[in-house]
Design a protein around this ligand. Structure first.
Ligand SMILES: Nc1ncnc2c1ncn2[C@@H]1O[C@H](COP(=O)(O)OP(=O)(O)O)[C@@H](O)[C@H]1O
Ligand SMILES: [Mg+2]
Length: 156
């Protein structure tokens, strides 16, 4: 098992603004080791969000390789990337991206239902534990619109 969990190799990404290509990443390479905690810093507009979107398979680079746990996600089908994201990646977004018709409980539960790794009873208990850990258990039946802004992005 390789100690490199994320490998970014000479990644380029441009956005098309009309006919003009706006370069966001020009040849980014980095390795992240298993268990390592990494903080990506840079001024606004330097490409942090672009890189994170690529690492999560939410967008595709123009050039380069992104290897996550041994798989080049640039070459994977959308379905395979979605599976990898479900099982191997977690995101806390700048904007909340909660499902507005789901309660806090159901929002935390949704990825667990999809991954199918826990039985119903264990899953419900796990959701409750997670909500307890972030002080949201009293709000578990509330919808995102009924939660204060600060509650919404708490990680599960
Ligand atoms: N959807 C987009 N369309 C066009 N240009 C974009 C888009 N998203 C980002 N950019 C441009 O790409 C560059 C990097 O942006 P971004 O990755 O959002 O930087 P950061 O997260 O570090 O602030 C900036 O020049 C930005 O204007
Ligand atoms: Mg950003």
């Amino acid at each position: 098992m390789s100690d490199i969990i994320i490998q970014v190799d000479n990644v380029h990404k441009s956005y098309l603004m009309g006919k003009e290509a706006v370069p966001a990443l020009r040849g980014v390479s980095l390795d992240v080791l298993r268990g390592e905690m990494v903080c990506l810093m840079g001024p606004s507009g330097s490409g942090k969000t672009t890189l994170l979107n690529l690492l999560g398979g939410l967008d595709e680079p123009g050039r380069g390789h992104i290897i996550i746990d041994g798989q080049n996600i640039v070459a994977l089908s959308e379905e395979k990337v979605a599976k990898l994201r479900l099982h191997r990646l977690g995101f806390i977004f700048q904007t909340f991206n909660l499902l507005s018709n789901f309660t806090a409980f159901e929002n935390v539960e949704a990825p667990m239902v999809l991954s199918g790794s826990l039985k119903r009873k264990e899953r419900k208990a796990r959701v409750k534990t997670l909500l307890e850990q972030v002080g949201l258990v009293d709000r578990m039946d509330h919808y995102p619109s009924e939660l204060s802004g600060g509650y919404c992005p708490r990680p599960g």
